[in-house]
Design a protein around this ligand. Sequence first.
Ligand SMILES: [Zn+2]
Length: 82
Amino acid sequence: MRQCLGCNEHKPKIELVRILRTPEGEITLDLTGKKSGRGAYLCKDPACLKKLRRSRRAEANLGVAIPEEVWDALEAAMAEEN
Ligand SMILES: [Zn+2]
């Protein structure tokens, strides 16, 4: 179980997406949960995405700025799921 940084609920990893900081310090999306690096978890829910984007908790958690295009890609990925 992992905690969503948007709604603070604990959910199975499979229900979450991961914003990943690679060992090279790049920010990317990990939709499969299989890449290595430090991750911030988030429900596949646009409401959680909005909260997290506003709260900046992912930045605090990962220790780096998250590029706009990563947020946009997350939004697009969630729109596709629904
Ligand atoms: Zn959530």
